[in-house]
Design a protein around this ligand. Structure first.
Ligand SMILES: O=C(O)CCC(=O)c1ccccc1C(=O)O
Ligand SMILES: [Mg+2]
Length: 369
């Protein structure tokens, strides 16, 4: 590959409805779009999914910009990359900063697939032509939450996820279950609980949740194993799994029965593949998480989720779930709860240049010397 130019665009878009967790509410989404261009003028696209503040992981838009400018972009210009799988080992000379690394690595995967005129899905060994789509809902009032669920089920979504915390769990889930006895329902706690709350989580066993996501500490693996041993509901780990080694430890200790894979959280597509392949071997299903992303990252997620062990509907929803207008064309669409996996080159979605320009608040380009 001959990567000549890299462009970073910081974009900002207002969410249609605020995204609420016990850690805070997101109204406005900032992110970084990364374009890599080769000598022949072919483009690859990626997105840095870090938020403006470090509430989900320690990274932010600004730390990512810093890491990309000072370290990761120069590394790409210095090393000769023949295949995108070589990017992650190069970046891992520097610690963590996984979302910054992932955005650039994923743009290089897209470029590589486009150079070969192959879809990213087929490059990754994807076996699905369509993937099931899940949606995350939650509003200030119970009434509004129930309305959101109803609307999304009418629109065909296959699985519903809600956020829980010790302030909002048993009665909340009970009420949803009463109104929707058969919906595929799961709950994400984003580390709102401690081991002493085991009884609260155990009480949720009666609602037949698909899984409970990340109940305990964001970097814990040991206490989740203790919790899983007394819960019937499968635990899914999100925040705790940032490397292949984390996945190995969690599965060996029995800390979870499912893993949520997000390319941003684990540093890119190569590690996604490594965790996916390991989980497949161990019989642990995985699904693709979401980061309130724009269309580019959504498109990557669709290709990622076409791999064989992504057997559970993930948090990959339509562009219109969050955005008035997305930055890809077409936008990501859900039909009868499914999203088609594109067969065109790379991520298989074009960039809506005009929309991208409208939402860009800062940009900077880098050229190989
Ligand atoms: O992208 C989505 O639809 C929401 C997915 C979600 O729950 C989420 C969004 C931002 C940060 C963390 C999480 C999470 O899965 O914990
Ligand atoms: Mg989560």
């Amino acid at each position: 590959m001959r990567i000549e130019k890299i462009k970073l665009s910081v974009v900002s878009m207002k969410l249609k409805t605020p995204f609420i967790t016990h850690l805070g509410t997101v109204h406005e989404r900032e992110g970084i779009v990364i374009e890599v261009m080769n000598r022949d003028g072919v483009f690859g696209f990626g997105e840095v999914v870090a938020f403006s503040s470090p509430w989900y992981t320690e990274e932010t838009v600004q730390t990512s910009l810093h890491m990309l400018k000072e370290f990761f972009i120069p590394m790409i210009f210095q090393h000769h990359i023949e295949h995108p799988s070589e990017v992650s080992p190069v970046f891992n000379q520097f610690r963590r900063n996984f979302m910054a690394k992932a955005g650039l690595e994923m743009a290089i995967w897209d470029l590589y697939a486009k150079e070969r005129e192959q879809s990213l899905s087929s490059l990754l060994g994807g076996t699905r032509s369509a993937i099931p789509s899940g949606v995350v809902v939650g509003a200030k009032s119970m009434k509004e939450t129930l309305l959101q669920i109803e609307r999304n089920l009418e629109n065909g979504y296959k699985r519903v996820k809600v956020k829980i915390s010790p302030q909002n769990d048993y009665e909340y889930i009970q009420s949803i279950r009463t109104h929707f006895p058969h919906v595929e329902l799961m709950a994400d706690a984003n580390s709102a609980y401690i081991l002493k709350d085991t009884h609260r989580l155990k009480a949720l066993d009666e609602f037949g949740l698909l899984m409970i996501e990340q109940p305990l500490g964001y970097d814990d693996i040991v206490e989740h194993a203790k919790l899983q041993s007394v819960l019937q509901t499968p635990i899914c780990l999100d925040e705790s799994i940032v490397t292949l080694d984390d996945a190995k430890k969690a599965i060996e200790l029995g800390s979870c029965r499912v893993i949520n894979i997000k390319a941003g959280r684990v540093g890119g597509i190569q590690t996604v593949k490594d965790i996916h392949d390991f989980c497949l071997e161990k019989g642990v299903p995985v699904w693709c998480g979401g980061m309130l992303e724009f269309g580019i990252s959504r498109a990557h997620n669709i290709a990622i989720a076409s791999q064989p062990n992504f057997t559970i509907a993930g948090d990959i929803s339509a562009s219109s779930r969050y955005w008035e207008e997305d930055i890809t064309t077409p936008e990501v669409m859900v039909h009868n709860g499914m999203i088609d996996v594109p067969s065109g080159p790379g991520i298989g979605y074009e960039i809506n240049r005009e929309r991208l320009k409208d939402v860009t608040i800062f940009e900077e380009s880098f050229t190989k010397q």
